[in-house]
Design a protein around this ligand. Structure first.
Ligand code: FES
Length: 181
């Protein structure tokens, strides 16, 4: 087999022009010397398409899980607002029993609620309203009382937040927002 240039086609063995070559050679006129370049190009195309499919799949799963979480979360009355003093808090289970949450009254019409399980190793957290934080006694972790974001200690993710609504003086839980870190 004679090669003129690595980027050029191999001269067919019988020396005849390509138009006189067998059909299979005309249908696939890729030289052996170019074969590795074609394979590399195909491989890169495969990687790009696979990565794209992966991203689309992950996005779809994320969107589905967000909607599913919304669909299946009940709307539950928690407590009447006037039963909690400003600075006080109550514990409740939501969306099901065994899923402890904390509701804290920050002001006349302002309440927040979070998952009571620390995002480090799931110890129960306690509000320290006078210090503007939620404290985890296990490893001295602290979260911001207003946002739920970690302030200090081992936790790196915010506390999941319970979405609340005030209806005729009653505080309702209507969902849980999990934060992406
Ligand atoms: S479990 Fe809360 S800081 Fe470690």
């Amino acid at each position: 087999m004679t090669l003129r240039d690595p980027d050029e086609l191999t001269i067919p063995p019988d020396g005849r022009p390509l138009s006189e070559q067998p059909r299979w050679r005309r249908d696939f006129p890729i030289d052996i010397a170019q074969d590795q370049y074609v394979a590399r190009r195909e491989f890169i195309k495969f990687l790009v398409l696979t990565s794209f499919a992966f991203v689309v799949g992950q996005t779809w799963i994320l969107v589905k899980s967000l909607f599913r979480r919304r669909e299946h979360q009940p709307q539950t009355p928690i407590v009447r607002l006037d039963e909690i003093p400003v600075g006080g808090f109550v514990q409740f289970d939501y969306p099901a029993s065994g899923e402890p949450k904390l509701l804290v009254r920050l002001g006349a019409q302002e309440v927040v609620a979070y998952d009571q399980r620390c995002t480090h190793l799931s110890c129960p957290v306690v509000p320290q309203v006078e210090r503007g934080r939620i404290h985890c006694p296990c490893h001295d972790g602290n979260f911001d009382l207003v946002t739920g974001r970690p302030l200090s200690g081992p936790p790196s993710r915010p506390l999941p937040r319970v979405d609340l609504e005030l209806r005729d003086g009653m505080v309702w839980a209507i969902g849980v927002t999990e934060w992406m870190s």
